[in-house]
Write a protein that binds this ligand. Structure first.
Ligand SMILES: Cc1cc2nc3c(=O)[nH]c(=O)nc-3n(C[C@H](O)[C@H](O)[C@H](O)COP(=O)(O)OP(=O)(O)OC[C@H]3O[C@@H](n4cnc5c(N)ncnc54)[C@H](O)[C@@H]3O)c2cc1C
Length: 501
């Protein structure tokens, strides 16, 4: 099983390589999954196909000034590799950390860069996926077969960001850039910059360019919650002073952060008004009593219905306080030659407009999937715990958490997949397909995520494309790390939800 076989297709000269497991994407999920596979099932052959020319995923794609994590690296980093820097990390620091994981675990030889997967077809005759990719450098088609597809392609389209359809955009005489495709040649010095959006991207970008440009304005339709804190963890500092080993520091700090995040999430549900008051109070304390926090920093939704960006050392608010950055809360009516005209009638002039307006959700890396020749419509499936899908054999998707670090789920899914693959070997079977059990047939089928619980724009715009959710724990992505960490290891692999063949 550990020997990679290369066979020549009978009908043509295309070389088809076979692997036990094919991992899609060399982002933080793909590399973490590969690590777990090598440790837990070292006899399995595997390959990682990545369309870009290096690893990193999100941290490679996004190159705008100031790009950094918005969750701490003790939990966004891997459980097995201590994070030794400040909790909020830059993209370069994250890539360097991932590079160390690749080097220390000999993963480089397993990664094929510049391989964009376009199609994956399951055959019930061979119990194999046939994966067709294109080499982005030579446009050469390449084909692989694999027993299991491990989808680590993230959740948004890397090649483009989301830009709303504004009126008269073409009239604007300045430059428009999307942070996801940040141009290397842009000159911000002494320019007036308008950033449209108020999510984590805007909150990161604005303080990092505020000193360079003449002025930067954040234009938001509605306010967002932020958390402010020092970019340091006192407990980590104390443990290091005591010369505690980094492995221990990582584990202890991880547990502390997870404990506190759990408590915070529960408080957001139990006493949303109090949490709201505290979050807004942190901002008022910096901006002073005369600043209009009611208009600019008081969201209408309850805390945690959308991701809350952490603002290290309050840099965004310090920028506003200094007058280098400002906030306008209004709606765009249309673009003008000089900038944007707002619904209030005010015109905001700018040399450069940055559209920090989010992502385009992307289903399974834009890969056309079919099962025995029948195209797979992902929206017709029901998810098994947000990682497998009814009617889709031998496939798992790493879709992380919104309220906790994404990577926490990478580890949980990896443990599950490795256990499942071992179980299949023990049973002597080649195929596993989730299916609704007899008791599930009258179960209501709901949207992937409950919009009342979590409702960011990119999810709401595309929810109809995502798999369905049931009303039982087996058939939903709970978004609850604290429950899943106990439940996943106990999943009964002989439950009727799994059909083997
Ligand atoms: C700016 C930004 C900041 C974020 N900060 C945080 C944070 O602090 N904490 C947090 O928990 N989450 C954060 N997120 C969410 C973040 O995307 C995830 O946490 C995480 O990086 C996703 O990792 P991933 O490996 O699953 O997917 P990605 O990082 O999206 O990587 C997927 C990889 O798959 C490749 N791929 C996709 N389709 C194909 C295909 N068809 N063929 C070949 N290769 C393919 C892509 O090129 C990419 O390299 C952030 C997101 C963004 C955009």
């Amino acid at each position: 099983m550990n020997v990679m076989t290369a066979v020549r297709a009978a009908s043509d000269t295309t070389t088809v390589e076979h692997f036990d497991v094919l991992i899609v994407g060399a982002g933080i999920s793909g590399i973490g999954s590969a690590y777990q596979l090598t440790k837990q099932l070292p006899d399995r052959s595997f390959v990682i196909l990545e369309s870009q020319d290096s690893f990193g995923g999100t941290w490679l794609t996004h190159r705008y000034p100031g790009i950094r994590s918005d969750s701490d690296l003790h939990t966004f980093g891997y459980s097995f590799k201590p994070w030794v820097g400040p909790p909020i990390a830059t993209a370069d620091e994250i890539k360097s950390y991932m590079g160390d994981v690749i080097a220390e675990n000999d993963l480089a030889g397993h990664i094929r860069y510049r391989h964009r997967i376009e199609r994956a077809s399951w055959s019930s005759e061979t119990n194999l996926w046939t994966v067709e990719a294109v080499r982005t450098d030579s446009q050469e088609p390449v084909t692989f077969t694999a027993n299991f597809l491990w989808m680590c392609q993230g959740y948004y389209r890397h090649s483009e960001g989301y830009t709303p359809d504004w009126k008269d955009v073409d009239k604007f005489k300045g430059r428009i850039v999307h942070p996801q495709l940040w141009p290397g040649d842009i000159e911000l010095k002494d320019k007036t910059v308008l950033v449209i959006g108020s999510g984590a991207t805007a909150a990161t970008l604005i303080p990092s360019i505020a000193d360079t440009c003449a002025h930067v304005t954040m234009l938001q339709r509605s306010p967002t919650y932020f958390r402010i804190g020092r970019n340091a963890i006192e407990l980590a500092e104390t443990l290091r002073q005591l010369q505690v080993k980094e492995e221990w520091v990582h584990e202890i700090v991880r547990r502390k952060i997870l404990f506190e995040q759990d408590a915070f999430t529960k408080r957001c549900l139990a006493e949303p008004e109090q949490v709201k008051k505290e979050l807004i109070g942190q901002i008022s304390a910096i901006l002073g009593p005369d600043y209009d926090v009611a208009t600019h920093f008081t969201p209408t939704y309850r805390p945690w219905r959308q991701r809350i960006a952490f603002v290290p050392d309050a840099d965004l608010f310090e920028g506003i306080k200094s007058g280098k950055a400002s906030v306008v809360t209004d709606e765009i009516d249309r673009f003008t030659e000089k900038g944007v005209l707002l619904k209030s009638g005010r015109e905001l002039a700018a040399d450069i407009i940055v559209t920090a307006t989010g992502f385009n959700l992307c289903m399974l890396g834009d890969i056309a999937l079919d099962i025995d020749g029948k195209p797979l419509d992902f929206a017709d499936t029901v998810t098994y715990r947000g990682m497998m899908f009814t009617g889709v054999p031998n496939m798992a998707w790493v879709f992380g958490y919104f309220r906790a670090s994404w990577t926490l789920r990478t580890d949980l899914v990896a443990d599950f997949v490795c256990r499942l693959l071992t179980h299949m070997t023990t049973k002597g079977v080649n195929k596993v397909v989730p299916q609704l059990r007899a008791e599930d047939h009258n179960m209501p089928l709901l949207s992937w995520i409950d919009p009342d619980n979590f409702n960011p724009g990119y999810m709401m715009r595309n929810m109809h494309l995502l798999p369905k959710r049931g009303d039982k724990p087996e058939w939903q992505h709970s978004q609850d790390y604290w429950t899943e960490k106990d439940e996943f290891p106990r999943i009964d692999l002989d439950d009727a939800a799994f059909v083997y063949g």
